[in-house]
Ligand binder design. Structure first.
Ligand SMILES: *Cc1c(COP(=O)(O)O)cnc(C)c1O
Length: 401
């Protein structure tokens, strides 16, 4: 017999102690169903890190297979039988010597998340959210999506035998619409943007018995995305780069990595030094850049959002204050690049390094170039760019002579 992905997992002790409102700090009992906190803000999962640190040894972790479930003690799923997996790999850190040489920079790598199931890092978040949905006895999950999250929800929900109800803007990339439908989800195209889709989920939730798995409206997708930070530190021998460029929409990944670094410091596996966190947005939808520049704690809704980088076309982010805090505390910044820069960057990385980035990933390279030029990043700083989906999911230019 073949082993299925979930057969590889063995029981480990788990350490969730409670959940906590990310704004007010009040406590919630673990192992129950939650969307937002009483204050209407994201809930964060808290662990008994003292116990975790005493139980788990780096040497033991090093013996395990690579991939996000290697960090089971840092994840909320209690029972191994509830792990829903499609074979999540450890994504490579690909160095970029040609690009580095061209830019005169010393240390540049791209973490290529396009290798994950469903071709994007949304798989990390949805693998954990759907596993927790299974653990908590849910079977109908709903979400608004710009494409990749919906594709990942569709896939993991089918894997777990659950129904997925997915709402996309009508101009969502065709490949995403089709992959969502092909993976058995109930799909509705909506005239409007992702936050309009979110309203439809909220309105239909009670009538249809859906559980809302919108970005940051349930506590577990962020735990899945957190594994990017754990994996990055692990790949670098429990070190971190000087700078991380992250294409930021709802910001789950950035908030998740920031949380991962805190947890690793708490158990003594990392020191207090943090990478500078750079939130990259498209100039056609840059609410966080505007808030960063105006020095505000929250971001105003962005009007008439448009960009080729669909994954970061998010006019309103529920976790805006958490993203902005991480950016500021880390001495990072938020930066916008336009669609022309994004597509030029995609072509350049493909031609120089043989890596086909998604537009959102390409935006991080464009932002890095711009930050080197304006002096906000020094050539000697080590840099990791996040490519969050495979470039093959997006329309490509016609071949030219
Ligand atoms: C969702 C998505 C993003 C944004 O991720 P967040 O963590 O929600 O900010 C970036 N790139 C791609 C390809 C995505 O699918």
């Amino acid at each position: 017999m073949f082993l299925t992905p979930s057969d590889k997992f063995v029981d480990v002790p788990t350490f969730v102690s409670h959940l906590q409102c990310s704004l007010e700090g009040d406590r919630y009992e673990p192992d129950r169903l939650y969307n937002l906190s009483r204050a209407g803000k994201p809930l964060l999962v808290r662990y008994d890190l003292a116990a975790l640190g005493k139980t788990l040894r780096k040497e033991e972790l090093a013996q395990r297979p690579w991939g996000m479930w290697r960090y089971r003690e840092f994840l909320p799923v209690r029972r191994t039988e509830n792990v829903v997996s499609l074979g999540e790999v450890c994504t490579p850190l690909v160095d970029c010597p040609q690009l580095a040489k061209k830019l005169g920079s010393e240390n540049l790598a791209i973490k290529d998340e396009g290798r994950l199931p469903t071709g994007s890092f949304k798989a990390r978040g949805l693998a954990v959210a759907v596993s927790m949905a299974k653990e908590l006895g849910l079977n109908k999950l709903a979400m608004p999506t710009n494409g990749n999250a919906g594709a990942a929800l569709a896939a993991y929900a089918r894997r777990a035998g659950m129904e997925a109800y997915i709402f996309c803007p009508e101009d969502t990339p065709e490949i995403n619409v089709r992959e969502i439908a092909a993976q058995g989800a109930h799909l509705q195209l909506v005239k409007g943007l992702i936050h309009h889709c979110g309203k439809l989920v909220a309105e239909g939730r009670d009538a249809h018995g859906w559980f809302d798995v919108s970005t940051l409206k349930e506590p577990y997708r962020i735990e899945g995305k957190k594994t990017m930070g754990l994996e990055l530190a692990d790949q670098l021998g429990w070190n971190l780069p000087d700078v991380i460029f992250y294409p930021t929409g709802g910001g789950t990944g950035l908030i998740g990595m920031w949380k991962a670094f805190d947890e690793l410091e708490e158990i003594g596996w990392l020191g207090p030094r943090r990478p500078r966190m750079i939130a990259v947005q498209a100039s056609g939808c840059a609410p966080l850049v505007q808030a960063y520049e105006q020095g505000t704690e929250h971001a105003a809704e962005w009007q008439n959002a448009h960009t080729v980088a669909a994954g970061i076309r998010v006019p309103v982010a529920l976790g805006d204050f958490l993203i902005l805090r991480a950016v500021r505390e880390s001495n990072g910044f938020a930066i916008a690049v336009d669609d022309h820069q994004i597509l030029t960057a995609r072509d350049e990385v493909a031609k120089e390094e043989g890596l086909l980035l998604c537009p959102e990933g390409a935006a991080t390279f464009a932002a890095y170039q711009q930050s080197l030029k304006d002096g906000r990043i020094k050539p000697q700083e080590s840099v990791v760019l996040f490519n969050c989906a495979t470039g093959l999911k997006y329309p490509l230019p016609a071949p030219s002579g």
